[in-house]
Design a protein around this ligand. Sequence first.
Ligand SMILES: [Zn+2]
Length: 101
Amino acid sequence: MNEDRYIIDWCKYCNQGWVEILKTTKNEFIIMCDEDYLAFASPYNYFHDINGFRYFDGSSEIMKNEIPAGWSKYILSEDEIKNASPIEREERRKQLAERNS
Ligand SMILES: [Zn+2]
């Protein structure tokens, strides 16, 4: 897992990618799915299905201390990420099966 990604959910819309905090090229913070580019103005909007839009314009690196106030509580821990993703779950199941065979 890349250290500088701030993931808040496994995408509830496409079920294919991670939803993470993104800094746009205009230095605005948004939430975006890394698979289908569905974006929201805030974590609150994502979780409440408010005003989704597509964002294709690239991103800038985020320093942890510049994450907007109130957004940090949404960021998943590594364990939560493993539990959140069906793909990760499948991978872990395969690894366990191989180890035990
Ligand atoms: Zn998605």
